[in-house]
Write a protein that binds this ligand. Structure first.
Ligand code: OGA
Ligand code: MN
Length: 270
């Protein structure tokens, strides 16, 4: 019956101590949804859910995407564990999930099953807060800009020497344009950036990339970031519509294994 909240940093992240029964019963689901939007990341330390419980819990917050095995998608860089291990190498760069979707996923629930001896901590950056702290003039300048997102942009820095097959696979993935500033239904605004951001539409390549880099550096300043140092059994949810995330590099054969459950998007980028 406990449900105790604690801010982890002033601008992003809330830790919640509660018990299994409270979590799975969905009694705090409305409050969790609200907190998720306001705080970006919620941490349930060492709650130790089974796969089934994780999917049940996620289902109290939103609609679970049919992905992986019964709603559990294995996040591992080891090709023996995950068919998408290659693409997941891109998780070391700041990103949001599903850049090619009109309606990006609402949130992801990630739990730690096995840790890496080195690296493997995950950072989250609040892009609502980053937008809020821009000057009025900067906000106005950015308001009308659109950014083209590509798979290639997410991969080229982690595979600096791609094979022709990889290049072809990247190039076969269509570019997706999104507004740089996402005006949510709530009226709140967030920056939509990340490793997928390839160019600014209508701007020359070099100036566009410089702007993207400048804003990425801004949005990931320490005051907007929460860094999660994992313990086995930790459960973390992030709002994929208002935070970026990245993981510290870790060896593909480290054994690190995270189980992810993803919630269906509820709002088109606008
Ligand atoms: C993801 C992701 C980061 C991590 O699952 O979308 O980026 O810490 N994971 O494994
Ligand atoms: Mn991700």
């Amino acid at each position: 019956m406990t449900f105790v909240k604690r801010d982890l940093t002033p601008r992003i992240g809330t830790g919640i101590r509660t018990d299994l029964e409270t979590l799975l019963g969905g009694r705090h689901a409305a409050e969790i949804r609200e907190l998720l939007e306001l705080r970006g990341v919620l941490v349930f330390p060492q709650i130790g859910l089974t796969d089934e419980q994780q999917v049940v819990f996620a289902g109290t917050i939103g609609d679970v995407i049919e992905q992986g095995e019964k709603g559990i998608y294995k996040v591992s860089l080891d090709p023996r564990e995950s068919p998408t291990a290659g693409y997941l190498r891109g998780t070391i760069l700041w990103h949001f999930d599903g850049f090619s979707d009109d309606v990006p996923t609402r949130a992801s629930v990630l739990s730690a099953r096995r840790l890496s001896g080195v690296g493997g901590q995950t950072e989250f950056a609040n892009t609502y807060a980053a937008y809020e702290d821009l000057s009025a003039q900067r906000k106005q300048e950015l308001e009308k800009l659109e950014v083209a997102h590509t798979l290639e942009a997410t991969q080229r820095d982690v595979f600096p020497d791609p094979s022709p097959e990889m290049r072809a696979a990247w190039a076969g993935h269509p570019e997706k344009a999104h507004p740089l500033v996402w005006t949510h239904r709530s009226g709140r605004k967030s920056l939509l950036l990340g490793s997928s951001a390839s160019r600014v539409v209508g701007m020359d390549l070099e100036s566009g990339r410089a702007l993207i880099e400048e804003l990425l550096a801004w949005a990931t300043r320490p005051e907007f970031v929460y860094r999660h140092e994992w313990a086995v059994g930790d459960l973390v949810i992030w709002d994929n519509t208002g935070v970026m995330h990245r993981v510290d590099p870790y060896p593909a054969d480290s054994g690190r294994m995270m189980h992810r459950t993803t919630l269906v998007g509820e709002e088109a980028v606008a």
